[in-house]
Design a protein around this ligand. Structure first.
Ligand code: PLP
Length: 384
């Protein structure tokens, strides 16, 4: 019997080691990792520069708390602010914590309480981020939820407008809903949301926990939508596997988070900062991002060509969903048996989040395995 809480239905794979796109099981089998630890190891496992940076920091110091200045925090903050045009950064340890910080900041800065988020969104598992998450299955058994969250329909402006009232502080949104099914926001919808925020004095919070740090082919997904969010949240790819989160916000919100207003013991830990600095130095290079776009387009086009008759393929950059009419829950373990690790996003979507460093050869292998398993499934469904 396991001593762990049974919070996860784990697959039958015990990991021994991992390198680049490959994960090695204790059974001696090697798997191609197209999940990247749920969109985290964007530079692949054990990336040499990230490892070297963490090892170097390990020799200097591990932790002193946020009572003291830590130049490495300033350096990472500088990278993030220079490239996002948001002026302030709060470091924490996860996506949920980053969203928790965003919710608190929005309430304090505006003096209003209501946050509008979206059906099938995912923002985390803490009380604030869970309440922001528009999925009943995530709330089940934990009620009552925090008050003042209302869920609008994604890509439906009228539904958002009907939620706005004089208590509304902010709209919180993912630009590609990740856990909800890899659903990209429409450009016109996001442009209209930004206008709605401006006209009603609402803050625009963009959750980039999954889409940020190069995943969708730009440094941050909001840069593809030509919007200027007031707050963005980051985690996942930022530390390439070292736990770290961040909330970035516009300068005018800095005052609301003065001394004593918010805090964390571990946030901005120097080992996490060393990892993040190495990640940003790498991912924010224009040629690196260009390659992500090329590989993402290639993967999507090949999947559309091979599977398009039976499945819808959607997503941006290297964040791709394959949508099935049938339940995909048996396909994920079957792909694993054949040596390919993928994720699901709800009962009908296979989600691919390969490392951004994935090679074209690795993409070709994955396409072949996906085609094999998914077309076989279609044939079985037709036979029935
Ligand atoms: C968009 C989004 N926001 C927030 C979170 C929560 O992040 P964490 O699991 O690091 O708390 C996730 C995790 O999947 C996510 O995809």
């Amino acid at each position: 019997m396991s001593g762990l809480f049974p919070t996860y239905n784990r697959f039958n794979l015990s990991v021994q080691s991992a390198e680049g796109t490959a994960v090695q099981g204790e059974d001696g089998k090697t798997y191609l990792d197209f999940g990247s630890g749920i969109g985290v190891c964007n530079l692949g496992h054990r990336h040499p520069q990230v490892m070297a940076a963490v090892e170097e920091q390990l020799q200097q110091y591990w932790h002193v708390s946020n009572l003291y200045h830590q130049p490495i925090q300033q350096e990472v903050a500088q990278w993030l602010t220079d490239h996002s045009k948001l002026e302030r950064v709060f470091f924490c340890n996860s996506g949920a914590e980053a969203n928790e910080a965003a919710i608190k900041l929005a309430r304090k800065a505006t003096g209003k309480s209501k946050i509008i988020s979206f059906h099938q969104s995912f923002h985390g598992r803490t009380f604030g981020s869970m309440a922001a998450t528009g999925q009943e299955k995530i709330h089940a058994g934990f009620g009552p939820m925090l008050e003042s969250f209302e869920y609008a329909i994604y890509n439906d402006l009228k539904s958002v407008v009907s939620c706005v009232d004089h208590h509304t502080a902010a709209i919180m949104i993912e630009l590609v809903q990740g856990e909800g099914g890899v659903i990209p926001a429409e450009q016109a919808f996001i442009t209209a949301i930004e206008k709605l925020c401006q006209e009603n004095d609402l803050l625009l919070i963009i959750d980039e926990v999954q889409t940020g740090i190069g995943r969708t082919g730009t440094k941050f997904a909001f840069q593809q939508y030509d919007v200027s969010p007031d707050i963005i949240t980051l985690a996942k790819g930022l530390g390439n596997g070292f736990p770290v989160g961040a909330m970035l916000a516009k300068e005018q919100l800095a005052e609301a988070f003065g001394p004593g207003s918010h805090g964390t013991t571990f946030g901005g830990n120097p080992l996490a900062m060393a990892a993040a600095k190495a990640v940003l130095q790498h991912v924010f290079q224009a040629d690196f991002l260009e390659e992500v776009n090329v590989k993402g387009k290639y993967l999507k086009a090949c999947l559309e060509e091979k599977l398009g008759q039976h499945y819808q393929v959607r997503g941006q950059g290297l964040m791709i969903g394959i949508v099935s009419d049938a339940d995909i829950s048996s396909m994920v373990p079957e792909l694993m048996t054949k040596g390919l690790l993928v994720l699901s996003a709800g009962p009908h979507v296979i989600r691919l989040l390969p490392p951004l460093t994935v090679s074209t050869d690795e993409i070709d292998i994955a396409i072949q395995l996906l085609t094999e398993v998914l077309l076989q499934q279609t044939a079985l469904t037709v036979q029935k």
